[in-house]
Design a protein around this ligand. Structure first.
Ligand code: ZN
Length: 83
């Protein structure tokens, strides 16, 4: 569990994948897209790095965020195309 984040770079993400970041302290959720991260020059970063560097934006919280990947419907359409 978890080491897919060490293997996956931002550049490896599909254009429409979203990263869900949830605060471990206050449960605040925000979403990052691949484009957001490329804009911040994080394209070469692995996802565990992004997670380690993330911090809750809620004022005074600064909790660590937990990163997970959410796929859109295009992924299942792709799998359907193989079968
Ligand atoms: Zn928080």
């Amino acid at each position: 569990m978890g080491n897919w984040k060490e293997k996956l770079q931002v550049n490896d993400l599909s254009e429409d994948s979203k990263l869900e970041m949830q605060c471990r302290k206050c449960n605040h959720v925000r979403y990052l897209t691949k484009a957001d991260l490329i804009k911040r020059n994080a394209g070469q970063r692995h996802l565990n790095y992004i997670e380690d560097r993330s911090q809750c934006i809620v004022f005074g919280c600064k909790g660590k965020m937990r990163l997970s990947l959410t796929y859109t419907h295009k992924v299942s359409a792709f799998i359907g195309g193989i079968a």
